[in-house]
Design a protein around this ligand. Structure first.
Ligand code: BV8
Length: 261
């Protein structure tokens, strides 16, 4: 679908971002869509079509059926390894070089922002690429290097320290976000003067509240999404279109503004 964004909206967004003293970026699954990673709202592809991620992404589900939970996470981990960052990820990474203060807050667990070169990234919901002891037996978190274990896709391996299951180092529904991550995300959202929201339906809490924190602190909010989301009504500018097409256009416009100044 070609972007519906008008040049006027795009230029307005570029002006706001180029003038930012402190830019907070909040991303969701949509920013990885053009890398080939299905979003949570889409029907899961293939073998997973019959499962709802929210039903699988809980500690209860994992303990109820560890074989299912483990194979789902290994499938997604393999998918993340097989895809590449897309132009949207690279555009966001470029903003760190163009602007004085950029912090990227992501709900995504795919590691693609760091692979695209973003440095200051807060992975609010953890990472599929890391694993840890289900019981955090050596303290929270107890990282476990999966590649150091003998494992298959049938059942989660045992923690070498205590024998509990090895689990993905992600935040499941019903689990608290890492305190340091949430504290930093809220303070960054309250301190920024521009928040760029990309590819999120704005449903999952407490991440979905971050744009409200920014708004309340007087920040301008820009939303990038092919379809209006829970966040769009909050936005000063809504850039309607796929982030892999819209974000590079925004970064080009910012570079042109800086060249003229
Ligand atoms: C917690 C990791 C509390 C796991 C994930 C109020 C306050 C606090 C909690 C709650 C609350 N109300 C409800 C809750 C409970 C729950 C929640 O929010 N439920 C929802 C369903 C209502 N929250 C929690 O459980 C959180 N925990 O707060 O604990 C607590 C308190 C005390 C003691 C103990 C606990 C934890 C939430 C984290 C869950 N983990 N992921 C895994 O992945 O396996 S969430 C997961 O789903 C993602 O990380 C992401 O956050 C979310 C999906 O959202 P999006 O990223 O937005 O993706 P989505 O598919 O929805 O939308 C995609 C968008 O992209 C769409 O808008 C689409 O239009 C757009 N798009 C499509 N193509 C493109 C595009 N955009 C750009 N370009 C494109 N090409």
């Amino acid at each position: 679908m070609p972007p519906v964004t008008t040049d006027t909206d795009l230029k307005r967004a570029a002006d706001i971002i180029a003038g930012s003293r402190s830019l907070a970026i909040l991303t969701g699954a949509g920013v990885s869509r053009e890398s080939g990673v299905p979003t949570y709202r889409e029907a899961q592809t293939g073998v997973w079509a019959r499962y709802n991620p929210q039903d699988l992404a809980t500690a209860t589900a994992f303990l109820r059926d560890p074989a299912l939970g483990w194979s789902w996470y290994l499938y997604r981990r393999g998918l993340m390894r097989s895809v590449e960052p897309n132009p949207g990820h690279h555009a966001l990474a470029r903003l760190e070089q163009l602007l004085p203060n950029v912090v990227l807050l992501t709900q995504n667990v795919d590691g693609l922002h760091r692979r695209a070169g973003s440095q200051d990234v807060v992975e609010l919901h953890g990472s599929l690429l890391r694993t840890r002891c289900f019981d955090d037996c050596q303290g929270a978190p107890t990282p476990i290097d999966l590649e150091s274990l003998d494992y298959d896709d049938k059942m989660p391996p045992a923690c070498p320290h205590c024998g509990a299951y090895v689990r993905p180092d992600v935040v499941w529904f019903g689990e608290m976000l890492a305190p340091g991550d949430l504290t930093r995300a809220v303070s960054v959202s309250q301190a920024c003067n521009v928040m760029l929201v990309v590819g999120t339906s704005g449903v999952v809490q407490p991440a979905a509240s971050l744009p409200y924190h920014a708004r309340q602190a007087g920040a301008a909010v820009i939303d990038v999404n092919p379809t209006p989301s829970e966040i769009s009504p909050l936005a000063d500018v809504f850039l309607q279109g796929p982030s892999g097409e819209v974000l590079p256009r925004v970064v080009t416009a910012i570079s042109q503004l800086q060249a003229r100044s």
